[in-house]
Ligand binder design. Sequence first.
Ligand code: HEC
Length: 149
Amino acid sequence: MKKTFLVISLLAATAAAAYAADDPIAARKSLMQANGAAAGASAGMMKGEIAYSPAVAKAAIASFNATAHTFGDYFPEGSDMGADTHASPKIWEDRAGFDAELAKFQTAVAAAMQASGKDGPADLDAFKAAVGPIFGTCKSCHEGYQVRQ
Ligand code: HEC
């Protein structure tokens, strides 16, 4: 029951982004909230707070994958303004650097997708090996391109 709920909330968070396409700030934040939900479920399993489930692991990795492929579309000129965004002005000043961070995230996620197969990583160790590099890319992009609240 708990697992099913988690999977559904991950998918819902990803789908929410589609409704915000006319508002790039809301869309990219919604995608990052999906990242946050997927990371939360992942960390819960890694710490043993939630029993490991290959299906939940796969849903989390698939959610990272959806975000990795769409997030870069929501940084048009002019969307660096406003109280609602924590995107750093550096994204627009150094787009190549930002795109390089995005590419690292995409590469780590693609490897995790490959490692997780059809049914998800077989056990917690396989999941940790797949997800660890993804978490490293969250941190490095935030350090460079997200303004702290
Ligand atoms: C390529 C850069 C990049 C990567 C990779 C990245 N983020 Fe982000 N993240 C951002 C930026 C930029 C923002 C600020 C967006 C805004 O406020 O407009 C953000 C915001 C967030 C937020 C706050 C959302 C909100 O409601 O304001 C969360 C949570 C988050 N990221 C989690 C993650 C997690 C977890 C990962 C890794 C799985 C990740 N991010 C990977 C750039 C990135």
